[in-house]
Design a protein around this ligand. Structure first.
Ligand code: T4K
Length: 360
């Protein structure tokens, strides 16, 4: 079976070395030495000042909303993973959807101002598939209307825009280090903020709000991650160059084999480069997409409709709304298999099956 994604697994001996360290340290969780080492290495690798290693990308979003003390309405995108929206609702805020841009598939910054009301406190935008949002326009709108900005950068590990890390944009950026991501720590996430006071607050929030043995500074939760997860993060970081190279090779091979059929792909931010987190393709219609899903399934090839259906029309806890661009795109988009072990022969087989449907 060819899966849509498979976690990168390093040589087990490298992980075992860290397991021995955990046994020696007798320290299993709560900001232990390996978690601190990972944070240090991630800061170096990503070139960011302030970074916390947390439980997962969902908790990272909840921590961000709480740290900014957001209330009322948060402007967001209907084209993302459900965690983006569920976190807003979970934190007692109301998501206000704005349609996406046809090219980038990110929130359409030109439509944000029309959605701002007296109740709006923030913009929470996803860099979908790692493709940067129009960060300049969003930051400008936020400043003008005194709004906070959170970027859900769950897919954007390693992305650089305008010469600096994508995680440096917004008041807070969050990332997922889940097993299905291009770089992972099994479960895991990151919270990044350049604002020192905010970062201090996030630090407390991650650890129940505790500020000392006998004192509390904030309302907190348990956003810590374990030494076992940090160990996986540390080992995988040593392989990140070859992981990225391999994924790039696979994506470029897809590009080459699919170049002659009618197919669209998200248009990448001009001042940034793809991190090859996903390989999304837009078919001419949902009908073509369903035929392709079927033929691939019959050949034991799994794809995923990331992100279908639109979050504005499918969540049982929100009133259903339609958005022309999101509804159209989400029906036609499919993520093809992409992972470190995927062979070029497999890619060829997948593309031949897709082309076969086009030629029918
Ligand atoms: N914001 C955005 C924009 C996100 O995309 C996400 C997560 C979040 C926030 C929240 O971050 P986390 O709290 O998750 O850190 C997967 C991932 O679970 C999820 O992390 C990710 N986005 C989302 C886009 O994809 P599912 O429900 O599609 O996962 P699942 O279990 O169906 O796995 C997909 C395929 O991966 C499987 O069919 C087979 C393969 N797989 C998966 C796992 C877990 C393996 O081969 N081995 C494995 O261990 O959500």
């Amino acid at each position: 079976m060819i899966l849509v994604t498979k976690p990168f697994l390093p040589p087990i001996s490298e992980y075992k070395e860290y397991l021995e360290q955990i046994w020696d340290n007798e320290w299993l969780t709560n900001m232990g030495p390996l978690s601190k080492k990972l944070e240090h290495q991630l800061k170096d690798y990503l070139e960011v000042e302030n970074l916390l290693f947390v439980t997962n990308g969902t908790v990272a979003l909840q921590m961000a909303i709480k740290a900014l003390d957001l209330k009322g309405e948060i402007i967001t995108t209907p084209f993302s993973f459900v965690a983006t929206i569920s976190s807003i609702v979970w934190e007692g805020c109301t998501p206000v959807f704005v349609d996406i841009d046809q090219q980038s598939l990110n929130i359409d910054a030109t439509k944000i101002e029309a959605a701002i009301t007296q109740e709006t406190t923030a913009i929470l935008a996803t860099h979908v598939y790692g493709n940067p949002c129009d960060v300049e326009a969003i930051d400008k709108i936020a400043k003008k209307h005194n709004l906070k900005v959170i970027y859900d950068a769950a897919h954007a590990f390693g992305v650089v825009v305008n010469g600096k890390s994508i995680f440096e944009y917004g008041d807070i950026s969050t990332c997922s280090l889940h097993a299905t991501k291009l770089y992972h720590s099994v479960e895991g996430g990151m919270v990044i903020s350049n604002d020192e006071n905010l970062f201090k607050k996030l630090n407390y929030i991650r650890n129940f709000g505790i500020s000392g043995f006998d004192s509390f500074a904030e309302l907190g939760l348990n956003g810590k991650n374990s030494e076992y997860h940090a160990a996986m993060g540390l080992v995988n970081l040593n392989h990140i160059k070859s992981i990225s190279k391999k994924r790039q090779e696979i994506c470029e091979y897809y590009d080459e084999l699919l170049k002659d059929i009618e197919l669209q792909k998200p248009v990448w931010h001009v001042s940034s480069k793809n991190n090859y987190a996903y390989y999304p393709v837009l078919f001419p219609s949902e009908d073509v997409l369903l035929k392709i899903v079927q033929i691939l399934n019959e050949n034991q090839i799994q794809t995923r409709r990331y992100f279908y259906p639109s979050l504005a029309s499918s969540l049982p806890y929100l009133e259903s709304q339609s958005f022309a661009i999101t509804d159209g795109i989400s029906k036609r988009i499919l993520c093809l298999p992409l992972y470190y072990d995927l062979t070029l022969e497999d890619v060829k087989m997948i593309c031949n099956l897709i082309i076969k449907v086009y030629n029918q």
